[in-house]
Design a protein around this ligand. Structure first.
Ligand code: CP
Ligand code: NVA
Length: 333
């Protein structure tokens, strides 16, 4: 296996296809070990700092349990718990934490902040989501696809919805690096930034992946192997965009009709979660009161239906984060 020891994990485009495949395949090994109760304390005696400027369920839980299973400790620092960015610069915080901890996870707003942490900490830094990228999610997602499909060869992943957010941009670029065809259906104004499209095309030219970015849902989903969607408003988005997003994105809702349009009875449905598929959330209720809709990016029927692999995907956050931690910080050889 390739060694990445000491490297940070800030965005997937810092890695080659082979390196990403190492992380994906090792995810499977670690899942197997966990399921069989085989100990895997690759981070024995290490201490990890988990920094969260934004809320999290899966990423926080996955880092915490992964640390524990790997024999490390993990300390959670939420928004406002430390001086970061308020009374102390990101650079100074990085230097302090780097002298006490063996690795740092950061979830926040700006990619620049996670890059600054990595430049000054002297220990591996892992990006747990920024406005731009969500790389730990990518290892879980592409592992989930490989686990379900058995192969990446000749496979197409279609992303539908707000295609300017972190997850959409990352799926496009990571899929292109790995040689998977990536289709995106989104309104023109919510399609990936041209620079992201160019980066994806650069990798696609090398890997043989075919990219399609269109407003036409039918064209994007026809014979696709997977449909992926994400929330219509990401963390940090201003509430003033709600109305226009809903109006623009309703035709892009993942529903039964869309699954039929794929003409693929084996199509699978992914979502990084959390998802607005019913009214059992505060935000879901507020949107219903304001705009009269009971579901947003995915219908409850599809979310809970046979094509959905969303809970396998969520569980795989644990195994994939463990893989990233082990390969960048662990004693795996
Ligand atoms: N998918 C994901 O990152 O979920 P959390 O926001 O719960 O961490
Ligand atoms: N695009 C979403 C992903 C959440 C995991 C957000 O940034 O809020």
């Amino acid at each position: 296996m390739q060694s990445f020891k000491g490297q940070s994990f800030l965005k997937t485009s810092d890695f080659t296809a082979d390196e990403l495949l190492t992380l994906i395949d090792f995810t499977g090994e670690l899942k197997e070990k966990k399921n069989r109760g085989i100990p895997h304390p690759y981070l024995k005696g290490k201490n990890l700092a988990l920094l969260f400027e934004k809320p999290s369920t899966r990423t926080r839980a996955a880092f915490s349990v992964a640390a524990c299973d790997l024999g490390a400790t993990a300390e959670y620092f939420g928004q406002g718990d430390i001086h970061l960015g308020v009374k102390e610069s990101t650079e100074d915080t990085a230097k302090i934490l780097g002298r006490m901890y063996d690795g740092i996870e950061f979830r926040g707003y700006y990619q620049q902040d996670v890059e600054t942490l990595a430049n000054h900490a002297g220990v591996p830094v892992w990006n747990g989501l920024t406005n731009e990228w969500h790389p730990t999610q990518m290892i879980a997602d592409f592992f989930t696809l490989k686990e379900t499909w058995g192969t990446f060869e000749d496979k197409t992943l279609t992303y539908i919805g707000d295609a300017q957010n972190n997850v959409a941009q990352d799926l496009l670029v990571t899929g292109a690096i790995l040689g998977i065809n990536v289709h995106i259906a989104a309104p023109k104004t919510l399609q990936p930034d041209i620079k992201i499209q160019e980066l994806a095309q650069y990798h696609a030219n090398k890997s043989g992946s075919k990219i399609l970015i269109t407003e036409d849902v039918q064209q994007a989903v026809f014979q696709t192997d997977a449909i992926y969607t994400d929330v219509w408003f990401s963390m940090g988005d201003d509430q003033s965009v709600y109305q226009s997003r809903i109006e623009q994105l309703l035709p892009y809702q993942v529903n039964e009709k869309m699954l039929t349009t794929t003409m693929n009875p084996d199509v699978i449905v992914l979502h990084c979660l959390p998802a607005f598929h019913d009214l059992n959330t505060e935000v879901g209720q507020k949107i219903y009161e304001q705009f009269g809709i009971t579901e947003m990016e995915i219908t409850d029927q599809v979310f809970r239906g046979d094509h959905s692999v969303v809970f396998d995907q969520a569980e795989n956050r644990l195994h994939s984060i463990k893989s990233i931690l082990s390969v960048t910080l662990g004693d795996i050889f």
